[in-house]
Design a protein. Structure first.
Length: 127
């Protein structure tokens, strides 16, 4: 699962359409019908689900989850295993702090979070 920021997960189709509309002088569709709010609300909801997963497994969240970013403390060996498994996220803070940043987006699904949770649990047992 890719928990890095949106600049590496691809462009949301609605955003791309909004950019195309803006380039043609149309009002941005991204702002019509509160689409940007719906996308942000979904990303924030997924962040809450991911934070709950970390808490459930006993990994401390470093600051309140108020948007789509989660800062969590993980053992470095577990983080390395998750990265090798293909999950993408950032090392955060000073070297050796074992704090990692996970970012959800309008594309993140509950199924992806559940799959990540499975890997977190399985790989955590081997750490």
């Amino acid at each position: 699962m890719n928990f890095k920021s949106d600049n590496v997960v691809g462009v949301c189709p609605e955003i791309m359409q909004a950019v195309m509309d803006a380039n043609h002088g149309d009002q941005s569709s991204y702002f019509k019908n509160d689409l940007w709010l719906k996308n942000a609300a979904h990303a924030n909801k997924m962040a809450q689900a991911l934070a709950a997963l970390f808490k459930q497994h006993g990994f401390p969240i470093q600051c309140p989850v108020e948007a789509n970013g989660i800062f969590v403390e993980l053992p470095s060996a577990l983080a390395d295993k998750l990265l090798k498994q293909g999950h993408l996220f950032y090392e955060w803070g000073y070297p050796g702090s074992n704090v990692y940043r996970f970012v959800t987006s309008c594309f993140t699904t509950l199924q992806e979070i559940e799959n990540f949770g499975h890997d977190l649990c399985e790989l955590g047992k081997k750490t």
